[in-house]
Ligand binder design. Structure first.
Ligand code: 6PG
Length: 240
């Protein structure tokens, strides 16, 4: 699917558009398959979207929430993506606890927890080794360096093709992350990007030619729909 690039007037408009798109995709997933599986982005950009979802009346029992990546910290740690989404949204709605599938970070070994989460995904989606689950929606952001999820430039995680979840590394800091094949199997991937600091990376991500291992977001070419929602500052220099 060709990428759909939208440059919104400001960050508020970006979040509004993202909210509308997420609601639309949730509704169509439930209508077509009886449930919706959505994987969340971490970082700061999506937080207002999660806060807005907390005010929506949705069939929460039919919505299963995952994370596309996680810092390797306890869910009580201020850096935890799980903590952010629970406090902004999930703690405020009547979603069954069993519908929240956080990435485990308690084994003291990221590779062990990555494998554990992979097993949870395989069990939930009823897919065996060699098969790849299809998420209805995966939300992503990009860093100033062009990373997405915890797929950082020039790291081994970018090359993993035989797992669903692997260990990413931001400098020496371990992370858990969905792999490129898992993200690219999604029915819909939505990038939410705001801020002038993202302009250089976006220029490389959208360039005709650039090193995809230096700008990992270039590797995200899902079989389903791909939306790039940019605010006016991030998208100021994008010709599309
Ligand atoms: C994370 C994210 C990461 C994030 C980008 C953008 O765990 O930090 O998953 O990929 O989306 O770094 O972060 P901001 O939205 O804070 O700019």
């Amino acid at each position: 699917m060709a990428k759909d690039i939208e440059i919104l007037g400001d960050k508020t408009a970006l979040i509004e558009r993202g909210l509308g798109l997420v609601e639309q995709k949730i509704a169509s997933a439930i209508q077509e398959r009886g449930q919706c599986t959505i994987a969340l982005a971490g970082g700061s950009t999506p937080k207002p979207l999660y806060e807005a979802l907390a005010h929506k009346s949705l069939p929460w029992e039919k919505i299963h929430v995952f994370w596309g990546d996680e810092r390797y910290v306890a869910p009580t740690h201020p850096d935890s993506n799980e903590k952010m989404a629970r406090e902004a949204w999930l703690n405020k709605v009547n979603i069954p606890a069993s519908n929240i599938h956080a990435m485990p970070t308690g084994a003291g070994n990221p590779a062990v927890d990555a494998k554990k989460h992979e097993q949870e995904l395989r069990s939930f989606f009823s897919v065996k080794e060699g098969e790849i689950p299809i998420f209805d929606v995966i939300l992503l952001g990009i860093g100033d360096d062009g990373h997405t999820a915890s797929l950082f430039p020039q790291t081994e995680a970018l090359k993993v093709r035989d797992c669903l979840v692997t260990v990413g590394n931001k400098d020496s800091e371990p992370r858990l992350t969905f792999t490129v094949p898992l993200i690219n199997h999604a029915r819909c991937v939505i990038f939410l990007v705001a801020g002038e600091n993202k302009q250089p990376a976006l220029g490389q991500i959208f360039a005709e030619i650039a090193d995809e291992y230096q700008y990992p977001a270039r590797l995200i070419q899902p079989q389903g729909d791909l939306y790039w929602l940019l605010d006016n500052t991030a998208g100021a220099k994008i010709n599309y």
